[in-house]
Design a protein around this ligand. Structure first.
Ligand SMILES: C[S@@+](CC[C@H](N)C(=O)[O-])C[C@H]1O[C@@H](n2cnc3c(N)ncnc32)[C@H](O)[C@@H]1O
Length: 296
């Protein structure tokens, strides 16, 4: 199970750049290009499966407003599933009233929802969802439940972080990222997101269980700020991605194997132009085989 308490109002609001304008910070939330890619991969997949947007039942895991808005603009039937009342309240109204009326919101755990959905859903879309699990087993349970809930030929489209193989030696990259930011090689979003994920692998990452201890990451960042090793601007850039729960951060090949084990045919798409594309890619996971092969 994930710990819903970790997505508290502080973590949700930290990601918002401009509330009235409905703008969130990139990297932690999909930007325009990434949102377009969700729609492009979905449209291509459903077209090949002979399905029209209006007849497609698409489920968003989480309340990600950027994805919901784009899905509505293309005429998809949208259901969102989130286990946090605060996330639902905060983001419910980030889409126009006409779209809100057509949207279904379920307050539920994703695995529980998918386990009771039947084989009725054409697509699940989720931005960063698998990082929310505190161990590989519960992540596998979700993937198997999603596989079972999809119609034959259905698809899951995720943007997922993974550990690049060159980081397996667990270096401490915080100083390198600070140097790159001060040299204008990274913008504040690239810097803030990267240092939170990979700045302290040597101390905060459990390489056996693939778990990043964010509580410790944010303590280390606070310490660096107090000791004047991070400027105000640098510290503020890190706080946009605050999160105090554990994150599942698997090596790239192991993540792909895990998804494939649950029955999916996996295609990865790496975009170009932002630092986070080194470790944050799209995974288009198609239900082509008839069964999930995991023995649960
Ligand atoms: C989709 S994730 C990642 C954030 C994402 N990049 C975004 O666009 O905001 C965050 C959301 O997932 C929800 N969540 C996390 N684990 C969950 C679970 N097991 N079941 C249902 N909702 C969950 C949290 O409440 C939160 O609103």
């Amino acid at each position: 199970m994930t710990d819903e308490a970790h997505w508290d109002i502080r973590a949700l609001q930290a990601r918002i750049a401009d509330g009235p304008q409905r703008i969130r910070y990139p990297a932690g939330s999909p930007d325009n290009l990434e949102t377009e890619k969700y729609i492009e991969y979905l449209g291509r997949h459903l077209h090949n499966a002979g399905k029209n947007p209006a007849d497609a039942d698409v489920v968003v895991l989480g309340m990600t407003p950027e994805i919901r808005l784009a899905l509505h603009e293309f005429g998809y039937g949208v259901t969102c599933v989130d286990n946090s009342d605060q996330a639902i309240e905060l983001f419910r109204d980030w889409i126009p009233p006409a779209y809100r009326q057509r949207e279904t919101i379920k307050r539920s755990d994703w695995t529980a929802y998918a386990s009771t959905a039947g084989k009725s859903i054409d697509a699940f879309l989720g931005d960063g969802v698998l990082a929310n699990f505190p161990d590989v087993g519960s992540c596998r349970d979700l993937l198997c439940a999603l596989f079972q809930a999809l119609t034959p030929g259905g698809v899951c489209i995720f943007r997922l972080t993974s550990l690049p193989s060159r980081y397996i030696e667990l270096p401490s990259l915080s100083h390198e990222y600070i140097r790159q930011f001060r040299n204008n090689d990274l913008d504040p979003y690239e810097f803030g997101f990267a240092i939170r994920k990979f700045g302290f692998l040597d101390r905060a990452y459990d390489a056996k269980n693939f778990i990043l201890n964010n509580q410790l990451v944010f303590e280390l960042l606070r310490e660096m700020h107090m000791n004047s090793k991070l400027s105000e601007e640098e510290y503020a850039a890190t706080q946009r991605y605050q999160f105090y729960g554990p994150n599942l951060l698997m090596p790239r090949d192991k993540l792909k194997t895990l998804i494939a084990e649950c029955g999916f045919q996996v295609e990865t798409h790496r975009l170009n132009g932002r630092h986070w594309y080194d470790y944050y890619s799209f995974y288009v996971c198609s239900k082509r085989s008839p069964a999930c092969t995991v023995d649960r």
